[in-house]
Write a protein that binds this ligand. Sequence first.
Ligand SMILES: *[C@@H]1O[C@H](CO)[C@@H](O)[C@H](O)[C@H]1NC(C)=O
Ligand SMILES: *[C@@H]1O[C@H](CO)[C@@H](O)[C@H](O)[C@H]1NC(C)=O
Ligand SMILES: *[C@@H]1O[C@H](CO)[C@@H](O)[C@H](O)[C@H]1NC(C)=O
Length: 488
Amino acid sequence: MLLRRLLLAVAALVTGTIWLWSSSSVVLFGGTYRIQDFVVNELWRTADSNGWRASSAPRTYWPPPPTESESSGYLRVRYNGGLTQQCSAICNAVVVARIMNATLVLPELDTNSFWHDESGFVNIYDVPHFIQTLKYDVRIVTSVPKITAPGKTKKLRAYKIDPPRDAPVTWYRTTALEMIRKYGAIYLTPFSHRLAEEIDDPELQRLRCRVNYHALQFKSNIRKTSSAIVNKLRSEGHFMSVHLRFELDMIAYAGCIDIFTPKEQKILLKYREEHFPKKPLVYRERRLIGKCPLTPEEVGLIIRAMGFDNTTRIYLASGKLFGGKRFLKPFKAMFPRLENHSMVGSGELEENTRGLAGSAVDYMVCLLSDVFMPTYDGPSNFANNLMGHRLYSGFRTTITPNRKALAPIFMDMEEGRASGYEERIRQVMFNTHFGAPHKRIHPESFYTNPWPECFCQMKARNHADRCPHNNVNDVLESQFQNKEDIVS
Ligand SMILES: *[C@@H]1O[C@H](CO)[C@@H](O)[C@H](O)[C@H]1NC(C)=O
Ligand SMILES: *[C@@H]1O[C@H](CO)[C@@H](O)[C@H](O)[C@H]1NC(C)=O
Ligand SMILES: *[C@@H]1O[C@H](CO)[C@@H](O)[C@H](O)[C@H]1NC(C)=O
């Protein structure tokens, strides 16, 4: 893909410039900025899809979900954590309900719940849209029903289960199914990472994508705020978004504290002690294996080395930066047009940009930006889900810095051995796929890369990759109607 981009670039260039293609990296001679500019301009476009397009409709027989009487019981799960953690828990919950023929109880709508529900589901997502979109997949109710025994009415009490981490589908088909049949309702808690990401059934993986990319739609106020920001940013051309994960919890978790003042280090160590298991952490070692989040300055150096100039508009998605302005300053000096939602938005936008809704707005802006660059990725991370979502929404360019490959370059720079570092950064950075279709290699998450399950080709050599017929919805609808008719 990169090769194609480069060939395009070459074809369009005037002669007299030497290009050299080596197996893994691009070496530039002559340093003409015109070439650099051209490559960079290519990045503003979406990546080459090679005939693939997003598709998560079923491709094989997909029976309608159980009716009330066929259902094996009620399923509740615990949603907690940040936006993305909740989002993958919802995707997994729908898949689990489908596996067990269970009825899914929506979070928080169950107002009489005796569990404290931490999710912001109803405040963030369009609930009617969610239910409607999944009607061929799972039966969804908004609360566990009351059961009437002679003389009294009470709520069905769900039996609590702590599923194994990354539980396989078979666990839900056996152990969990037995429980739900026995008790009538189960409550899975905790539920983060409680269903294996690799499932050997592409239809179930496609269901995950239907939930993630179609059913989970933000409420209209969030969508409005986000498009207002995007329109404002785009009014002057392309823009890039950067998810800057340089926050207290992440830095404490990564254990990369040497660059901070003694006072800041104390705060980080205290946070670490309170939240994470003890572990010896040597800054240099952590950094060399790519475990340290990029600093804002490093992010700036990367973007500049790639050839983006100082007029580039950059939207910063981030919580509170740890260490504050001191770290942002060098980045801002390289790229003066650095903005975040409180700077772009104003007035009414403000009220939609706090807490979980704020994350949702950042998510949407990053999703819609022309280029996206995450600075740290980890399980159940905002950036991880965005990378998958950007693939799904048409292979939008994503720049993923390889921190491990970049660390020695930055360390050389800091130690004064700084010759040709821009060139070295460029070699690392232009050696990735930029959000084009690519094979998922462990430990890459399904949520980061849902290819090929949630994509199809019109003229696929492999039958399983072939796009479903256009009438797939009609087929599902008629199956659904038939079943309703039989039942009623
Ligand atoms: C769920 O229902 C489908 C068809 O209605 C059936 O084929 C399947 O065996 C059921 N699965 C379980 C786990 O009960
Ligand atoms: C951007 O860089 C150019 C030179 O490369 C410089 O003349 C200009 O002042 C810079 N603009 C800003 C806003 O820093
Ligand atoms: C956005 O930028 C402004 C101005 O630099 C800053 O005061 C504010 O804290 C930033 N907000 C976020 C969420 O980063």
